[in-house]
Each structure stands twice: as C-alpha cells, then as structure tokens.
Write a protein that binds this ligand. Structure first.
Ligand code: RFL
Ligand code: PHB
Length: 394
C-alpha cells in the first residue's frame, strides 16, 4: 500500500511520541511506526527524573496535566560518601530550578493517549531515498500488509538498536564502555528518603530513587556481565543496606516487582542528519544514567527537530534543519561530559580496569576529594546543580 505523509517517525519512545505531538500542534501530519506492542511501550521501566525544562515543555504542549498531579517535585539530591550525607539544594544554587520525578513510562502513556496515528507491532522497518526530497519509510503492519509511505522527512527515533542510524551513509562514532553496569529494582515500599540519594561506597555505587509515595526505585553498581538470576532479592537488599546505610536512617524493604541489569556506556554518532533523515534521542547518543540525562536529552533533540521541521515544511526555509545536528550536538556533548563526571565520581572502578593497582587507590582518593569539593564549595556545588537541573531548552 502506497501512502503519503509529511513526516515519517520511527519509534514510540519519548523522542518519537513527543515529536509527533509537537508537529501535530503545528498542523504537520505524521505516521509513527513502532515494532513493539502498545502494552510493552507503556510498561517498559526506564528513566524517572524530568529536568525543569522538560517539565515546562510538557506543560506547554498540553501533556502536563497528569504529571502536575502525580509527579513528585524535588529540590535537590543527596550525595553520600565516607560516612557523610549532604543535601544539594538546587533552587538556591540555580536561581529556582527544580526536578520532577515522573517515570518515562508515564510520559509515554500520556503521549500515546493524545491519539495521533501510530502503527504498533510493525516489522521490516526500512528507509530509502533519504538524499532526495521524498524519502520513503517502508514497513509491514501487524496484519501483514506492506506499506510504503512517501514523506518529506523521516525522523529516526528508534533508539540505540534501531534501523535509522545504520541507514546513514557516513558517521563518526565516539564511544566509552564503563567497566560496570546498574542493577535496578522496583519495590512496593514507600521511599525511605525525600530526595534521591547517590551513594559512593567501598562496595560500589548505590542509588535510591522513587516512582510514587508507594513505590521505590533503587539501583546498585554490578559487574557488566553479571546475570540477574544470580541476584536473589535478599542479596540485592543486603547490598543496598550496606551501600546506602547511614547512622540514624533506615532503608525500608518491600517486595521487588521488577529487576534488570543495564550496561553503562557513552556513545555519540555525528552528524545527526543526512539529507532528509534526522536522528533523535538514543538513536544518535547514549549516556550512562548517573546524570539522569538520557530522557531529557531525547526531549531536547525533538524540540529542536520539531522547530526545524515546522520551519522547513510550513515556511519552506531550511536554515533550522541545516543547523539541526550542530544545535543538538552542543547539548549532547555537555550532557555526555556531565554524565561522565557523575559516573566517574561516584562508581567504584574495579582494580582490573587499571594497569597498575596503585591507580585504583589514586582514583578512589580523587573521587573523595571531588565529592568533598562539591559538598563544601558553593561554586563546585553550583556547577553540579546547574548541569543536573538542566539548561533551558533551545
Ligand atoms: P527509546 O525509548 O529507546 O525508544 C525507541 C523506540 O524505537 C523502537 N524501535 C523500532 N520501531 C520500529 N522499527 C524498528 N526497527 C525499531 N527499532 C527500535 C523501540 O521499540 C522503542 O520503542 O529511545 P528514545 O525515544 O530516544 O528515548 C531515550 C530514553 O528512552 C533513554 O535515553 C533513557 O531511558 C535511558 N535510560 C535511562 N535514562 C535515565 O536517565 N535513567 C534511567 O534509569 C535509565 N534507564 C535507560 C534505562 C535506557 C535503557 N535502554 C535503552 C536499554 C534503562 C534501559 C534498559
Ligand atoms: C530513576 O529514577 O530511574 C533514575 C533517577 C536518577 C538517575 C537515574 C535513574 O540518575
């Protein structure tokens, strides 16, 4: 079946869904294809922290009502190390910027509920003719019908394992793989803390986040090749108690409803555009989760892309589309730096990751020195807070 739309979008993650919604508000029509089911997309557990700018954007585009009712407003984080726990107050350090804890999966649900055209459970997604003004998005729908959609532009919002990035003719890739992963759990137990806790400990990093007044989200650093089956619930709680433990504070335990291991890597592909194919979100870049930047970066990309496509397709001007890659990459590299900084400061690097064991000791001392700086110097704290709370959206 041959059809036509203005923008073909691949991927029903936050990037693709929010792009579709922003385009629709400007009268630009689109078709979105997703290879998973709607139920899978709405259940997948991922990020949880929305930057100030992301929250403002969701409100502006009419997707903020439930977030404003159910999201948890946060004014900072705790940093814990060497038996100390310090609070960083973001509003006073950043001139009023706050964070909202509202799960990515809820943002996805809200955007799908907006009701724009989405084909779930597609297969054989492919793009061609991206160097022409009529690129084609092809796929087979859930009923087995083959589609060819002629577009003015295609947005590759299909995550790290999608088909868009491999369709780009030439890319420069920068990459770092960290020698650890994160084991994350969801537990039915009220959070034991008012703000997120990032803990550096001799046993490895741990973090306490949350999803609601009834549900906690917690993470521990593990070896990247660990198997989740080797981690019983009791073993996970034991490590969380050791790593997050603090005098006078209790970590409440509860039933674990979900657990999984995510490897930690940084990845940036440049440029983010070739002809009429534009990459956005995880399709173009991955950051380790320590800085809570992945989702927010995907949102920033599609804000820039929506503006560029409206300008191109409604006003007939290509200036913003031509600048798309460069505009996004400035922020991408800033987030990549911040995610590296948080990751390097907070994790325990295995001795095997150094050529000389004395270097492991050296690294550990540098980390503590850096944490002391961030928790005692207002200038250092402000640097962390400004980056964590996020920069205004373009
Ligand atoms: P997504 O969310 O990965 O969405 C991409 C969508 O594209 C679909 N897709 C295809 N559809 C059609 N045809 C194809 N050939 C396709 N190939 C793929 C996929 O099914 C999917 O629905 O990318 P997007 O929209 O760019 O959003 C980015 C964020 O999801 C991501 O940056 C963060 O969630 C990263 N991330 C985390 N970030 C945090 O800040 N904190 C976290 O705790 C956190 N946990 C995570 C994460 C990423 C994970 N991934 C990608 C493995 C945990 C995991 C498991
Ligand atoms: C989460 O709530 O899942 C979360 C929060 C902060 C991070 C990473 C993940 O840095």
């Amino acid at each position: 079946m041959r059809t036509r739309t203005q923008v073909g979008i691949i991927g029903a993650g936050p990037a693709g869904l929010l792009l579709q919604h922003m385009l629709a508000r400007h009268g630009v029509d689109s078709v979105l294809v997703e290879n998973r089911s709607r139920e899978y997309c709405e259940k997948r557990q991922r990020a949880g922290v929305l930057e100030h700018g992301t929250v403002e954007l969701l409100k502006e585009i009419g997707l903020g009502d439930r977030m404003m009712r159910e999201g948890l407003l946060h004014s900072g984080i705790y940093l814990q190390f060497a038996g100390e726990r310090h609070h960083l107050d973001f509003p006073s350090l950043t001139g009023g910027r706050t964070l909202t804890v509202y799960a990515q999966t809820e943002v996805v649900k809200d955007a799908i509920a907006a009701g724009h055209p989405i084909f779930f459970e597609v297969s054989d997604t492919a793009v061609r003719d991206i160097d022409t003004e009529r690129p084609v998005l092809s796929f087979t729908d859930a009923d087995g019908v083959a589609h060819e959609v002629e577009c003015d532009a295609i947005a590759g919002c299909d995550g790290f394992h999608g088909v868009s990035r491999p369709s780009m003719p030439s890319l420069r890739v920068s990459e770092r793989t960290y020698p650890f992963g994160w084991l994350g759990i969801l537990a039915t137990v009220p959070p034991s803390t008012d703000e997120l806790i990032y803990a550096h400990s001799p046993h490895g990093f741990a973090m306490h986040s949350m999803r609601s007044p009834e549900v906690s989200r917690l993470y521990i650093q593990v070896d990247p090749d660990e198997k989740i089956d080797d981690w019983s619930d009791a073993r996970i709680w034991e490590q969380l108690q050791i790593r997050l433990g603090h005098p006078g504070w209790t970590l409440n335990e509860g039933p674990i409803t979900e657990k999984g291991i995510t490897p930690m890597r940084s990845f940036v592909a440049e440029p983010m555009r070739s002809g009429r194919l534009f990459l956005a979100g995880d399709a173009a870049h991955i950051v380790p989760p320590t800085g809570a930047k992945g989702l927010n970066l995907a949102v920033a990309d599609v804000k820039v892309l929506a503006d560029a496509l409206v300008r191109l397709l409604v006003e007939g001007k290509s200036d913003l589309a031509d600048a798309y890659s460069e505009t996004c990459l400035t922020r991408v590299w800033r987030s990549t730096w911040f995610s590296w900084y948080m990751t390097s400061m907070l994790h325990r690097f295995p001795v095997s990751s150094f050529s000389d064991p004395a270097e492991a000791d050296f690294q550990e001392h540098l980390q503590i020195a850096q944490l002391r700086q961030v928790t005692s110097s207002e200038a250092a704290a402000r640097n962390l807070a400004e980056n964590y709370a996020g920069w205004p959206l373009p």
